[in-house]
Design a protein around this ligand. Structure first.
Ligand code: ASP
Length: 324
C-alpha cells in the first residue's frame, strides 16, 4: 500500500494522540509489580514500596511504607518532617490514600504535628465511614489512633521561613515581587503482580501558603485518583491549577477512552492550558500515570520534573514528556 505525505502526517499525529511518545513512557508486563512516583525523592520511596510488597504481599502496605520514606526524610523540604511551613510558620500537611480494588479512600488536610499523614489518611479509609478529615479533627483522630505527635518544623525550615518573612517585608516596601516559593509533592502509584492498583499522595503544600489553604494533593480526583479497572494518576505542582480540572481523574478517564498514560497526562495539561489561555510552562503542573496493562507514563510543564520508576528488574529516574 502506498502512503502519501498527507496520510503519513495523519498517521504521525494519530500516533502522537495515542501517546507514542519518545520520553516519559514505557510498559512492563502486567505480571510484575510496578511503582512510579514523582520527583527524585520518589526513588527511595518506590524501592521501599517494592521491598514492602515482597515482604507483606500487600499493595496498600507498599504504598504507605514507600511514602513514609519521603515523609521521614528531613532533606525533602516539601513532604512530612522537614516540610515547609505556612505563612504563620506552622507546618500543615495534606495526604490521601486510595485503593483501586475497593474504590475506598481516605484523606487528611491541614494536619499539624503528625509526621506521617499518609498513615493517618489510610486509617481514615480503613477505620471511619468518612473520606476526608481536616485540621484539629484530623489531629484528634490521629491521636486516638495511637499516632505520636511531634514537632515537625525543623530548625532549617524555621530559618528559611524567617528569611521569607523578612523578604516579604522588604518586597512590600520596594513594591516588588518575591520569587514564588518551592513546592513538590510525592504522588506514588503502584500495582502488584495480580493487577491490584493503589496510590497515595503526601505534601506540605505550597511553602508559606495562606494558613488553612489546601491544595490538590488530599483531594481525590485532583492530586490522586485510582480506578482499579483502568489505572491511577497523581499530580505535583501548583494545586490550584490542578484541582479546578480534577486533573488526576481527567487522566484516568482519558486512559479509559483508550489513551496510554503519557498521552493521557499530556492531554490533561493541554486541556488545562487551553482553557486557562496560558503557556503550559506558566502553569507548573506535572503528572504521572499507570494503567492496568502495566504501562507507565508522565508529562509535565516543569523542565526539572522527573519521576521514579521501580520494578523488580530496575529502579531508575525518568524524564517525563515536557509539554511546552
Ligand atoms: N500540589 C501541591 C499543592 O499545591 C504542591 C506541589 O506538589 O508542589 O499543595
Amino acid at each position: 500500500m502506498k502512503i502519501d505525505r498527507r496520510q503519513f502526517a495523519g498517521m504521525l499525529s494519530a500516533a502522537a494522540a495515542l501517546g507514542v511518545a519518545k520520553r516519559g513512557a514505557a510498559s512492563v508486563s502486567s505480571q510484575q509489580p510496578l511503582f512510579v512516583a514523582t520527583w527524585n525523592f520518589g526513588l527511595p520511596a518506590c524501592k521501599q514500596s517494592l521491598e514492602t510488597l515482597n515482604k507483606t504481599k500487600s499493595i496498600l502496605d507498599a504504598i504507605e511504607m514507600g511514602i513514609r520514606v519521603a515523609e521521614a526524610d528531613t532533606s525533602v523540604d516539601s513532604v512530612g518532617v522537614g516540610g515547609a511551613p505556612n505563612a504563620n510558620g506552622v507546618v500543615q500537611l495534606d495526604a490521601c490514600f486510595m485503593d483501586g480494588e475497593t474504590h475506598k479512600a481516605g484523606s487528611v488536610a491541614a494536619l499539624e504535628n503528625y509526621p506521617h499523614p499518609i498513615s493517618v489518611a489510610r486509617r481514615v479509609m480503613e477505620k471511619t465511614k468518612h473520606v476526608l478529615l481536616v485540621g484539629a479533627g484530623a489531629a484528634d483522630f490521629a491521636k486516638k489512633q495511637g499516632f505520636e505527635a511531634q514537632d515537625i518544623l525543623t530548625s532549617e525550615q524555621k530559618k528559611k521561613w524567617e528569611k521569607w518573612l523578612a523578604d516579604q517585608a522588604k518586597a512590600a516596601k520596594a513594591a516588588d515581587n518575591v520569587a514564588p516559593p518551592n513546592h513538590d509533592t510525592i504522588a506514588l502509584v503502584g500495582m502488584d503482580a495480580t493487577g491490584h492498583i493503589a496510590g497515595g499522595c503526601s505534601t506540605s503544600g505550597l511553602a508559606y501558603k495562606m494558613p488553612g489553604r489546601v491544595g490538590d494533593s488530599p483531594i481525590l480526583g485532583s492530586g490522586l485518583y485510582v480506578d482499579g479497572e483502568i489505572g491511577a494518576a497523581g499530580a505535583t505542582g501548583i494545586g490550584e491549577n490542578v484541582m479546578r480540572y480534577c486533573g488526576s481523574f481527567l487522566i484516568v478517564e482519558f486512559m479509559r477512552s483508550g489513551m496510554e498514560p503519557t498521552a493521557a497526562c499530556r492531554a490533561a495539561i493541554e486541556r488545562i492550558a487551553k482553557t486557562e489561555k496560558k503557556k503550559p510552562a506558566d502553569l507548573h503542573i506535572n503528572f504521572l500515570a499507570i494503567d492496568k496493562k502495566g504501562r507507565w507514563g508522565s508529562a509535565g510543564t516543569d523542565e526539572g520534573y522527573e519521576i521514579a520508576v521501580v520494578t523488580p528488574e530496575s529502579a531508575r529516574l525518568e524524564k517525563p514528556f515536557l509539554v511546552v
